[in-house]
Design a binder for this molecule. Structure first.
Ligand SMILES: *Cc1c(COP(=O)(O)O)cnc(C)c1O
Length: 609
């Protein structure tokens, strides 16, 4: 059957059993059961489910692979990792992550004051904190406070002026000086996709000349003992490990030479993030060309070789992989609330006594279509439909004729797909483009998958049920924003097939997977659709538990967030209802009650009455 590429992107986290997709852990609950249970509590609209066991799995994978590679190559440096907070700062994620990371002293990376505050308050003192990004005096002082609290914090400087600020603050507070890292500019990445974050013209880091200056400055200020780390980050989603290897070669040599230049406490290379996630749903679209095990082996082998040949101590290795740690833990589930062509019913047909000849022909095709002629008739029908629409534009047929043409066209498409789905599936594939069904989905792409809109990033999509039935409708997905960009159109390279369903009798949910990295905090409130309702799902061998439900913000909360005076809005609306001559007196208080209920609920569509 059709498995939606779950064997490519799923990493054994989800399995298909019978008609359902299930979480491959403990009692293996079906996603559909979890969703139904949450919706039964009155939570409608899209749902974001978090699975802490998947966060734990990724963290464990990272540490186990590096520890194994370290042992195999008898590498003398240590391994550490931090989670870069910019990838996901939502509390129910961060709390699960820091809990799972305790056993490994998994740390946090901060790129702003707010993120630093999260880091300072969420991990043990033995776990590292790194601070990247541009810094003013205030964030430097915050770093000194963290050091004063006994935390293992490294401020990575992006430019000499930041180092000057650190020296200034250190003169005033010599008791609690954080470790200092220097971000390096690599020439090896001056071209290609990552020139912006890695190359010699990149936004970040010090050139070799500046590095030498920085060492002299540190020496002069008696801070050389605090300089412990060099750092680079070539970019996110590195699908080809060749880029990283080039960077390591260069960084390894810089490390060795800085040690030789007298940086006697320099002991760590921070390689940033970039560990890639496979989002493909078919094997031709696969992008990631290496495994975590290869990644760990390559890093350790190369640093071992370089430092041995330059006769310096092997450095500790620190990585900042975010996407890899976070992506798999979250699944967005959204209900389909309409199929556009399901709106075209035989009962809508309103043929005249005499119809234009092409419409008569369409009607004949519809009446006589059977499994032998279906493909031919379908082709003819699509042709006729096109001609009829042109005739309408030219004024030769009227609106009723046009409506009849469209109804007949859709009826023929539906009937032929049913007739063809078994024997001529392959032939049907050729014309999928012309006969797509449009599925309206109760979610906002701008809120829940901004990278699809902004970067064309594909996310795996599949229905939660009917997986024992062959899906035959080529699907275009429309979200509920009023923006024509809010669409995932049918793509012949990445075709999505869904089921024909009658939404009057059954519900149909789509799952969007691997949305745990970047999507949540980049999500925008376009049309004022806010973060979806979220829940944390914990699973053991007997049952699962739904915890930490946070409902999507109410309409009033959303307006409040934009700094509207919501009290005034409520009062104005109430006053207008109270004084309106159009509302009969006995309905006045009922109308006010209804509006209060609406304003207190979330802004997504209510699809169940
Ligand atoms: C964004 C970022 C990361 C995380 O990158 P991923 O691709 O999510 O692993 C790590 N380090 C720095 C400095 C970053 O800016």
């Amino acid at each position: 059957m059709h498995n939606y590429g779950i064997d490519i992107w799923g990493d054994d986290n989800f399995i298909i059993e019978g008609s359902l997709v299930k979480v491959n852990d403990g009692c293996k609950p079906a996603l559909l059961s979890i969703v139904k249970e949450i919706r039964a509590q009155g939570k409608q609209g899209p749902l974001l489910l978090r699975f802490p066991h998947l966060i734990k799995k990724q963290i464990k994978n990272i540490f186990q692979n590096f520890h194994r590679a370290k042992e195999e190559l008898n590498y003398q440096g240590n391994f550490q990792a931090v989670f870069p907070l910019k990838v996901n700062q939502f509390p129910n994620f961060i709390e699960a992550l820091t809990e799972a990371g305790k056993a490994y002293d998994y740390g946090l990376e901060a790129g702003s004051k707010a993120e630093l505050l999260i880091a300072m308050s969420h991990i043990k003192n033995s776990a590292p904190i790194t601070v990247n990004g541009f810094k003013d005096r205030e964030i430097v002082e915050l770093g000194f406070i963290s050091a004063l609290m006994g935390q293992d914090i490294t401020l990575t400087i992006e430019g000499i002026n930041e180092l000057e600020t650190i020296i200034e603050v250190a003169t005033e507070q010599p008791n609690s000086i954080p470790y200092i890292g220097l971000r390096i500019k690599l020439h090896s990445l001056g071209v290609g996709v990552w020139a912006k974050s890695g190359g010699i013209n990149s936004k970040f880091g010090l050139t070799s000349t500046e590095l030498i200056k920085a060492i002299a400055l540190l020496k002069k200020s008696n801070l050389l003992d605090k300089f412990t780390m060099i750092h680079f980050h070539i970019g996110s989603q590195i699908t080809d490990i060749g880029y990283l290897k080039k960077a390591i070669r260069e960084a390894g040599n810089i490390y060795a030479d800085l040690v030789k230049l007298g940086a006697y406490n320099l002991n760590t290379i921070n390689l940033g993030g970039g560990l890639a996630v496979e989002y493909a749903q078919n094997s031709e679209s696969r992008k990631v060309k290496y495994s975590l095990s290869e990644y760990a082996n390559d890093i350790i082998f190369m640093l071992d070789t370089i430092t041995k040949s330059k006769k310096v101590k092997a450095p500790d290795i620190l990585i900042e992989s975010g996407r890899y740690a976070a992506a798999s833990h979250a699944v967005l589930i959204a209900p389909v609330f309409e199929l556009v062509s399901e709106g075209y019913l035989a009962s809508d047909l309103s043929l005249k006594e005499t119809n234009p000849p092409l419409i008569e022909e369409l009607n004949d095709l519809y009446k006589n279509i059977d499994s032998r002629n279906a493909l031919e008739y379908l082709h003819d029908a699509l042709d006729h439909l096109n001609s009829l629409l042109t005739l309408f534009d030219l004024g030769y047929i009227d609106l009723l004729d046009r409506s009849n043409s469209e109804v007949l066209g859709h009826l023929i498409i539906k009937k032929s797909i049913t007739l063809l789905q078994d024997q001529n599936y392959k032939e049907l594939l050729h014309i999928q483009n012309m006969i797509q069904e449009k599925y309206l989905i109760n979610f906002s792409m701008f809120q829940s998958m901004p990278d699809f809109w902004g970067l064309n990033q594909h996310f795996p999509i599949m229905p939660l049920s009917k997986l024992d039935i062959k899906p035959t409708r080529s699907a275009t997905l429309w979200d509920i924003t009023c923006d024509s960009d809010g669409e995932i159109s049918y793509d012949t390279k990445n075709p999505l097939f869904l089921h024909s369903i009658n939404l009057k009798n059954e519900e149909y949910f789509l799952g969007f997977f691997l949305v745990g990295a970047y999507q949540e905090v980049l999500g925008m409130n376009h049309n004022l659709f806010a973060h979806p309702t979220e829940a944390t799902i914990k699973i053991d061998n007997e049952q699962y538990f739904i915890e930490n439900i946070i409902e999507s913000p109410s309409i009033l909360d959303i307006l409040d967030n934009l700094n509207y005076d919501t009290l005034r809005i409520q009062k104005t609306v109430k006053d207008k209802i109270t004084s309106s001559q159009l509302i009969p007196d006995h309905l006045r208080s009922k109308t006010i009650d209804s509006i209060e209920i609406f304003l207190g609920e979330n802004g997504y569509l209510k699809t169940v009455k």
